[in-house]
Design a protein around this ligand. Structure first.
Ligand code: FE2
Length: 290
C-alpha cells in the first residue's frame, strides 16, 4: 500500500463504526521479517528470567514487577494454560508464549521498521492524530489449543487521555478467522462510555503493597452480547484500526492453528496522558511517534 490517504468513505466508516479494516496494508516480506524476529526473541528467552503469565481473567491481571517492567523492555509472557499441574510446559516453549511486549517498536530494529513508515504516519494523520505517540507494541501469538481469551474491553482503559485519543493498530500476521479466534467488535460501540480504567496503585511514599495496578470500574454499562457483535476476519497483512472506546473481544483459540498479530497503541500528544496509566515512559526511553 502506498502512502495514500483514507477516502472520505473510509473516514466516515471509521467514525461511525469505531473500526476500519484495511486489507493488504503489509506485505508478505514485512510479515516474514517480524515473524522471524519474534521467533528469534522467543528462542533466546530463558524462562528463568521470569515466569510471567498474561491473562485478562483476573481483576488485577499480571501486575507484578515483571509486567510493570515490560513498559520499557522486551519481555515474553506465557499463556495462562501453558503449564500443567506439575508446572511443566504442555507444549514447546515456542507454542506456549502468549505475547511479547511492550517496547518492541523502540528497542528492536526489525519491529521499529515495521512500526514506523510513511504509510502509518499518513494513516495516523488521516485518523486525526496530530501528534501521534506510540506507547506500546505487542506481538500476540494466540497459540494453537491454549491461546487465551481476551475478555471484552476498551483500549482506553489502559491508555487514558483527556480527551480520549488512543487508537489501536492491529496487524494480522496470519489469517484470522472465527476458527482461530479472530477479533470481535461491537460496531458503533465507541459511542458508549469508558467502562473501566487500569491504574497504578501508588502512595505518596511510592508504590503501595499488593498489585502494582488495578482495574477500576467507572461505568456499569454491560459489555456487548456476542449476538450484537461481529467477527472481524482478516487475511494476513490486513490492518484493523480500533477506536480507543470500541469494545472488542477474542475467544480462546482451541483450533490447531495459531493466530499471530502485532499491535500498536497510539495517543495524540495534544491530549493529556494520565499519570495513573500503568505504562509510563520516563527517560531514557521517551515516547515517540511515527
Ligand atoms: Fe484491546
Amino acid at each position: 500500500m502506498n502512502a495514500k490517504t483514507l477516502t472520505a468513505v473510509q473516514k466516515t466508516q471509521y467514525w461511525r463504526d469505531g473500526y476500519l479494516v484495511l486489507p493488504g496494508f503489509k506485505s508478505a516480506a514485512d510479515i516474514a521479517a517480524v515473524r522471524a524476529r519474534a521467533d528469534h526473541i522467543v528462542t533466546a528467552f530463558d524462562p528463568a528470567q521470569g515466569q510471567g503469565i498474561f491473562t485478562t481473567q483476573e481483576q488485577s491481571r499480571s501486575t507484578d514487577d515483571y509486567f510493570m517492567g515490560s513498559a520499557c523492555t522486551v519481555r515474553c509472557f506465557f499463556e495462562a494454560e501453558a503449564f500443567d499441574a506439575q508446572g511443566q510446559l504442555r507444549q514447546s516453549k515456542a507454542l506456549s508464549i502468549n505475547k511479547i511486549g511492550h517496547a518492541l517498536h523502540d528497542l528492536d530494529p526489525v519491529f521499529n521498521a515495521f512500526s514506523r513508515s510513511p504509510e502509518l504516519a499518513q494513516l495516523a494523520t488521516d485518523l486525526g492524530l496530530t501528534q501521534p505517540q506510540i506507547w506500546q507494541s505487542q506481538y500476540i501469538f494466540k497459540q494453537p489449543g491454549i491461546g487465551g481469551e481476551v475478555r471484552w474491553h476498551q483500549d482506553a482503559t489502559f491508555f487514558e487521555t483527556v480527551p480520549i485519543t488512543v487508537t489501536t493498530f492491529w496487524f494480522a500476521l496470519e489469517d484470522a478467522t472465527q476458527d482461530n479466534a479472530c477479533l470481535w467488535v461491537e460496531p458503533g460501540g465507541h459511542a458508549g462510555p469508558l467502562r473501566e480504567r487500569f491504574v497504578r496503585v501508588q502512595t505518596p511514599a511510592g508504590p503501595a503493597p499488593g498489585p502494582a495496578a488495578v482495574i477500576e470500574r467507572l461505568n456499569a454499562m454491560p459489555w456487548p452480547a456476542l449476538a450484537t457483535a461481529i467477527p472481524v476476519e482478516a487475511k494476513a497483512g490486513t490492518l484493523v484500526v480500533l477506536h480507543g472506546l470500541l469494545p472488542h473481544y477474542s475467544a480462546p483459540n482451541r483450533s490447531p492453528a495459531s493466530r499471530h498479530a502485532y499491535t500498536l497503541h497510539v495517543t495524540d500528544a495534544s491530549s493529556a496522558y494520565s499519570p495513573d496509566n500503568w505504562l509510563q515512559r520516563p527517560d531514557p526511553l521517551p515516547v515517540r511517534g511515527f
